[in-house]
Design a protein around this ligand. Structure first.
Ligand SMILES: Cc1cc2nc3c(=O)[nH]c(=O)nc-3n(C[C@H](O)[C@H](O)[C@H](O)COP(=O)(O)O)c2cc1C
Length: 264
């Protein structure tokens, strides 16, 4: 694709407000030039330690092994990378001595900022994306497939491609701004305000038929499920997700330790 074929949406607020997660993509390749543009914008994010590394692939076989959305054209993994930092420190003849939990905290901050830049830049170029929060629990597969060294850990991964217009996604609701941001003092929400937050999310998701289209609820561990699919809401979903025990066999801390992070 030549430079002048890349269409760019320059209105930042339009890009932000029109964005939605995309999970079905056209059979159209993402060019080197587009990838370069997106990633160059990604790494312009502010940083604490420049601790974000990115590995991307257009290889369908690799994506299949990681069970990505099947129509994904480009897949990226965003890592906290202190392998590189250790090497810099070594070049300067220092010995690594730091609280790894602090590094991790800073690392997540660094990675998150890069990720959002990538998402918005991709959207501005006509692509769509969806994040996958399960990447930490695929660490073994990811490190094997991409030859990732110790002191490097996948925070999140992302599927990208040109959105399939046949599967137009709707804009998902958010809590009301007035109940999310406050001036001068933290807004400790009242019961009624919590209900307002829940209403904004639940009515939005139910009206859009989100879980009906998804065709799945989180099953209850105990008791009879009294909620029909058309009443199954976002706050019900998130409550089931958080109260029914861990989803993964291994804890995140264990996985981090295995990747060489010292967390005592
Ligand atoms: C850290 C993170 C992890 C996510 N993981 C997943 C995922 O595993 N699968 C998925 O379909 N969407 C995932 N999402 C996308 C969210 O479901 C989506 O952003 C949210 O429902 C709001 O919808 P929107 O992005 O269309 O506004 C993730 C989003 C974030 C920020």
């Amino acid at each position: 694709m030549s430079n002048d074929e890349i269409k760019i949406e320059h209105d930042l607020f339009k890009v932000i407000h029109d964005r939605r997660s995309i999970r079905k993509f056209l059979d159209k390749e993402v060019s080197d030039e587009v990838i370069d543009k997106i990633l160059s914008a990604g790494i312009r994010a502010p940083f604490a330690y420049q601790s974000c590394s990115i590995v991307y692939t257009r290889d369908k076989e690799k994506m299949k092994k990681l069970r990505m959305f099947p129509t994904t054209k480009l897949y990226m993994v965003f890592f906290i990378d202190f392998n590189r930092m250790e090497k810099i420190i070594k070049q300067r003849n220092y010995k690594y001595d730091f609280d790894d939990s602090l590094l991790l905290w800073m690392g997540v901050q660094d990675v998150s900022l890069v990720v959002e830049n990538v998402i918005l830049s991709a959207d501005a170029l006509g692509l769509g994306s969806v994040l996958l929060g399960g990447a930490p629990f695929q660490v073994d597969k990811i490190t094997e497939i991409f030859k990732v060294p110790r002191k490097t850990f996948p925070v999140v991964s992302m599927c990208l491609g040109y959105p399939d217009p046949e599967h137009k996604m709707q804009i998902r609701p958010r809590y009301p701004l007035k109940l999310t941001a406050s001036e001068d003092k933290y807004n400790d929400l009242s019961d009624d305000e919590i209900k307002e937050c829940m209403r904004a999310m639940d009515e939005g998701y139910i009206t859009q038929g989100y879980y009906i289209k998804l065709g799945a609820k989180i099953p209850l561990n105990k008791g009879k499920d009294e909620i029909d699919m058309d009443k199954y809401s976002w706050s019900e979903h998130i409550s089931r997700k958080i109260t029914q025990g861990a989803w993964y066999e291994e804890t995140l801390l264990n996985l981090l330790r295995k990747q060489g992070f010292k967390l005592d």
